[in-house]
Design a protein. Structure first.
Length: 284
């Protein structure tokens, strides 16, 4: 479960626990008897381990005499649902739609802050590298194979590297230079691409070396679009963060990650070392 969803459910559970106690139910067992629920369900909800339904909120408010709170609690439950979107539902028609949906977001954004510890950010990918990444997604989620169309849409985002006055702050973990998508030739082409885009005036590319001192745990990859949206990807879902307080935490995390990063000549050295690594591998 994502950290933000977990925190939201824990805060909701603590609030519901307070309602229960204020209503005179001194234990979860007593409340379970009053609602005809399992005691374990009450415990899971109060401890943020289970997402309650809207009907659960209605029962809770009726039982504790807090009907005036129902609208607020239902809104919280719906917000949690919005945060936690299942990839399979997003990708049910393939991967091209998701790539197409990203383009308007890029068009509106002036400042990008990108962190990816294990692979190259999509907007800096070569077509061959992107094809391997997207084909893996098609296979993993068992969805229709439209990877070729999706690659075209992903590459379309690269126009924003060259247009307007956008600023791209990109941080990659050193592992991203070695995570092998497509074999040595594909990887060498991708690494050469990184060396080329480093020269772009509005792109700042930093690498966090494997041995660098850390100021915050690496966590999941995330993409920040100005200070209005953060997207966090996991195996099962894409978390969309829009709450200002939470966005501030990602801003802080990015600043701490930057403290571990190297730039310029040091980055070129790390990329060149990775190219040498793939030079020594058998060609596919």
């Amino acid at each position: 479960m994502s950290k933000q969803v977990e925190e939201a459910l824990q805060a909701l559970g603590a609030r519901l626990r307070g309602f229960r106690k204020d209503a005179g139910f001194t234990s979860g067992r007593a409340f379970a008897r009053a609602t005809s629920w399992q005691e374990s369900k009450v415990s899971r909800i109060e401890n943020g381990k289970q997402r309650p339904s809207e009907d659960d909120m209605r029962v809770w408010c009726e039982t504790t005499g807090r009907g005036e709170q129902l609208g607020d609690l239902v809104a919280i439950v719906r917000h949690v649902d919005e945060l936690w979107l299942e990839w399979r539902r997003q990708l049910q028609t393939g991967v091209e739609k998701r790539q197409r949906q990203a383009i308007p977001v890029y068009a509106k954004t002036k400042v990008f802050r990108i962190w990816h510890p294990t692979l190259i950010w999509g907007t800096l990918q070569t077509s061959e590298y992107a094809a391997e990444v997207l084909r893996q997604g098609v296979s993993y989620y068992e969805i229709p194979d439209d990877a070729e169309a999706a690659v075209a849409k992903r590459l379309e985002r690269q126009q924003y590297l060259y247009r307007g006055d956008r600023i791209f702050n990109v941080l990659l973990g050193e592992q991203a230079l070695y995570t092998n998508f497509g074999g040595s030739e594909v990887m060498k082409g991708q690494l050469d691409r990184l060396l080329a885009v480093m020269r772009l005036p509005r792109l700042s590319l930093g690498i966090v070396p494997k041995s660098a001192p850390t100021f915050i745990w690496p966590g999941n990859a995330f993409s920040m679009f100005d200070s209005r949206l953060v997207l966090v990807e996991t195996y099962s879902a894409e978390l969309s963060v829009t709450q200002p307080r939470e966005i501030e935490l990602y801003t802080k995390a990015f600043a701490l990650l930057k403290q571990s990063a190297v730039y310029g000549t040091a980055v070129r050295g790390l990329i060149s070392t990775a190219i040498q690594h793939f030079d020594q591998m058998p060609t596919d």
